[in-house]
Design a protein around this ligand. Structure first.
Ligand SMILES: Nc1ncnc2c1ncn2[C@@H]1O[C@H](COP(=O)(O)OP(=O)(O)O)[C@@H](O)[C@H]1O
Ligand SMILES: [Mg+2]
Length: 353
């Protein structure tokens, strides 16, 4: 097994576009790291630098302590699973999985053992004699993973492997990747723009925006303690509600409401007395009783909980209440805010006291 060090990696393309700035991360042996961020933020570029498919403009890449920055892809012992899992249509599933080992002229018997073992892990044993066209989309995706597994690479790379699957298959395949990670105990780097995938899969998340790493941490750390406004808005669904408020005499005040601050919040905001900050409240932290009036516009029952959107004066707000609700457009409901996050308006960084 293997650890991976990405040391201050930068990528400047030939057309002078800088796609990645100072990407610095130690991946521990067996860790599943998810790179998440909106389209164009530099996720694939970072992954392709690790794979050796793009030159590293600055910085170093180490696998198991060895500097591989200049090493060609085929010598890095890395397997990449793409979104478009191109299988050879004229070959059986067995042959698809054995192909790379046959190219390497490995012993037939050993190839056989490796393919059977990978098929077992991926629940493909009964499909080995079939052709790709006879398999479902999810099974084909598993074959693509099988082709990577048989090579026993040091590191697995995934670039949005689920984005071609429909919603139901996507969550099923997501669980399979989790199981696979457990069974193989493999070091994995996984790229997605989907914050749900990041929260559910990752040991640690790297959240990126415009080529810059915004925060690295466990899913709970990014959810519960986002480092800045970007992470606060990107992680969590529906996104956090944001309000500009003035900190004044133990309250957070705006045109339409004022909320009392706890002792802990007052301490955290001590340096901001008389200043305006951004206050964030997750929909699930809006509580269904209190002194703030929400004018309801929509009510969406999701089964376990209900999304209620509306306005507090001129501010839009989304609430996620437990259980089944039957609010109607035009209803006025009283709410309060539970856990609150505060961000500096200039730096957009979280105010942590
Ligand atoms: N081969 C390339 N040449 C020049 N610019 C590129 C190339 N590939 C990607 N880019 C640019 O680099 C940035 C990051 O792209 P990418 O890493 O593909 O983002 P993501 O995978 O997060 O969507 C984008 O602005 C993209 O247009
Ligand atoms: Mg990409």
């Amino acid at each position: 097994m293997s650890d991976l060090k990405l040391q201050h990696l930068e990528k400047i393309y030939d057309n002078k576009v800088q796609a990645v700035y100072d990407f610095d991360l130690d991946v521990r042996d067996g860790e599943l790291i998810v790179l998440v961020g909106p389209s164009g933020c530099g996720k694939s570029t970072t992954l392709r630098m690790v794979a050796g498919l793009e030159d590293i403009s600055k910085g170093k890449l180490l696998i198991d302590g060895k500097d591989v920055t200049q090493m060609p892809p085929k010598d890095r012992d890395i397997a990449m699973v793409f979104q478009n899992y191109a299988l050879y249509s004229h070959m059986t599933i067995y042959e698809n999985m054995a192909f790379s080992l046959m190219l390497r002229k490995e012993n037939k018997n050993e190839i056989h053992q490796k393919v059977l073992a990978a098929a077992e892990i991926l629940d493909l044993t009964a499909q080995l004699n079939k052709k790709p066209a006879q398999l479902s989309g999810g099974q084909r995706q598993r074959v693509a993973m099988g082709r990577a597994i048989v090579r026993k690479p040091k590191v697995f790379l995934f670039d949005e492997p689920l984005s071609n699957l429909d919603a139901k298959l996507r969550s099923a395949t997501r669980r399979e990747i989790l199981l696979l990670h457990k069974k193989l105990n493999a070091t994995m780097l996984y790229v997605t723009h989907d914050q749900t995938e990041a929260l559910t899969l990752a040991d640690r998340i790297v959240c990126m925006s415009m080529g810059h790493v915004q925060q690295i941490g466990t899913p709970l750390e990014l959810y519960d303690d986002p480092a800045n406004l970007f992470v606060a808005g990107f992680i969590g669904l529906p996104p956090m509600n944001l309000f500009d408020v003035e900190i004044r005499d133990g309250q957070a005040v705006c045109d339409d409401f004022a909320v009392d601050l706890s002792d802990e919040e007052r301490n955290r905001l001590a340096a901001y007395e008389g200043k305006t900050v951004t206050m964030g409240v997750r929909p699930e932290n809006v509580e269904e009783r209190g002194r703030i009036t929400v004018d309801v516009s929509t009510n969406e029952n999701l089964g376990l909980n209900t999304l209620v959107s509306g306005r507090i004066g001129s501010h839009k707000v989304t609430c996620k209440f437990r259980g089944w609700c039957n609010y109607k457009a035009g209803d006025a409901i009283s709410v309060s805010f539970g856990r609150k996050h505060f961000f500096d308006k200039e730096t957009t960084n979280a105010i942590r006291g």
